[in-house]
Design a protein around this ligand. Structure first.
Ligand code: ADP
Length: 367
């Protein structure tokens, strides 16, 4: 169990695109524990907590830090760090350089990469990966963070006020997630997994799609030559997807398809205008990025709402790093859940969006 493990306590989630690393920084060690804290352990603590960037690609999300939480009898701060999975070599080098490996013989790890990189960790830096199931970790992590998060007085879980208002700013409305079951969890990472969660120990994966965050980012790189996810979102923020998509009104005229209640503004065919040279010329990089974001988001929304309706569940919780810095998709999902269920289903979001698997890994098998 975690308790028996000596410090440092880490949780690692090695995903298809990003590695999420959660680090527990113990506070108020007893004098005895202080004395026992080896110099190299102090160095690790100092290195991780005094920097906000590691190498050129590692980032600590300081706004997500959970201060002064209780974990297995210790008080401490929980830190949230991420870096691209294709930089794993750099991470391993750091583990060696900063002498992590002299203290750690096992990382609690989840995500597909805990399988893919297991052998490499072992042979190159002599660290074992204790592989934990990613859905188990995700659900555990959600539970733990919701209970321990006091986002400076703000709620970890929130819904979105008036999602039908077009502007991209969102107003968060706190949601009490203490008794959430049953809910549908939609994890939008590189791909998408949709789970039915009946209780902390009773859940299953019900569906998913390969058209996920990786698809948005990949296609956006191809079509707009953008370099980073943050740039892709920035482009989309200034785009108009109706220059790219074919709307019902483009086919029926302004009245729409009234017989079946399809308004003219509804998308009839995503990217449907792009077969025309004239429309291609008019569409900017921004327009294309926005259309991609809307296409991918609405497709996920449609799967999510169907899953929720099929299982008679009212709460749909969206997580995963696709939602990072992405209020456009949050608003679209909130609107779609409300609209397609006539108001009976609610889209919920969590502040620590992509980190729950890593938190679950940190908790290991104890909580
Ligand atoms: P995975 O576990 O599959 O890596 P994540 O939940 O970490 O999944 O989400 C990965 C997705 O998050 C990417 O496909 C992309 O859409 C989005 N994303 C958000 N921030 C970044 C970033 N800094 N770099 C790359 N992708 C990002």
């Amino acid at each position: 169990s975690l308790k028996k493990q000596p410090f440092p306590w880490f949780g690692l989630d090695i995903g298809g695109t990003l590695v999420k690393l959660v680090y527990f920084e113990p506070l108020f060690l007893t004098p005895d524990e202080e004395k026992k804290e080896e110099e190299s352990l102090k160095q690790i603590r100092k290195y991780l907590t005094s920097n906000t960037a590691y190498g050129t690609t590692g980032v600590r999300d300081t706004h997500l830090e959970l201060k002064n939480i209780d974990l297995e009898g210790y008080k401490g701060n929980l830190h949230f760090i991420r870096f691209p999975t294709d930089q794993m070599e750099v991470f391993m080098k750091m583990v060696i350089e900063k002498q992590f490996a002299t203290l750690i013989d096992t990382f609690q790890a989840t995500g597909g990469g805990s399988y893919k990189f297991e052998e490499k960790f072992h042979s190159e830096i002599n660290v074992h990966l204790n592989k934990l199931d990613e859905l188990v970790c995700l659900i555990k992590g959600i539970n733990f963070v919701d209970r321990h998060s006091d986002m400076n007085g703000e709620s970890e879980c929130f819904s979105i006020q008036n999602p039908s208002l077009g502007n991209d700013q969102i107003v968060k409305e706190p949601f009490d997630f203490r008794n959430p079951y049953p809910y549908v969890a939609v994890n939008i990472g590189s791909g998408v997994s949709i789970m039915l969660v009946n209780s902390e120990n009773d859940f299953s994966r019900i569906t998913g799609t390969s058209l996920g965050g990786g698809t948005f980012f990949g296609l956006c790189c191809l079509l707009t030559k953008c370099k980073t996810f943050d740039d892709a979102i920035e482009l989309a923020t200034h785009g108009d997807s109706t220059k790219v998509d074919k709307l019902v009104s483009d086919i029926y005229g302004e009245s729409g398809y009234t017989k079946f209640g399809l308004a003219g503004s509804v998308v009839a065919s995503s990217f449907g205008k792009m077969n025309s040279a004239e429309h291609r010329e008019q569409a900017t990089r921004q327009d294309i990025a926005k259309a991609l974001l809307v296409t991918i988001t609405n497709n996920i929304g449609s799967l999510a709402i169907n899953a929720a309706i099929q299982h008679g569940v009212e709460r749909i919780v969206f997580v995963g790093n696709f939602l990072r810095v992405n209020p456009i998709s949050m608003r679209l999902l909130a609107y779609a859940m409300h609209y397609w269920s006539n108001g009976s289903q609610k889209a919920l979001f969590l502040e620590h969006e992509g980190y729950f698997g890593a938190v679950g890994a940190l908790l290991g098998n104890v909580c």
